[in-house]
Design a protein around this ligand. Structure first.
Ligand SMILES: [Zn+2]
Length: 80
């Protein structure tokens, strides 16, 4: 279990330059689902990593988790 936690806490590395020092900022992300009249958009604030060395920006698995949670809430709202 301890090993699991350590792995999860590992910082990601920049896929551009390989550095492991980042500035994390909260930014609004949007995700679009569907097409045409059925399309809808979800948005949420997610942590965005900015590489201290080269400025490359990316989101981690946290953003994906938040997206899934927003999608789940949207579907729950639709069911009402
Ligand atoms: Zn970098």
């Amino acid at each position: 279990m301890l090993t699991m936690l350590n792995v999860m806490k590992l910082k990601p590395t920049c896929s551009d330059c390989g550095a492991s020092e980042f500035t994390i900022s909260d930014e609004e992300a949007r995700w679009k689902y569907g097409d045409g009249e059925d399309a809808y958009e979800l948005s949420a604030v997610v942590p965005v990593y900015t590489c201290d060395s080269c400025g490359y920006q990316f989101t981690s698995g946290e953003a994906r988790t938040i997206e899934q949670e927003e999608y789940r809430k949207y579907l729950a709202g639709q069911a009402r």
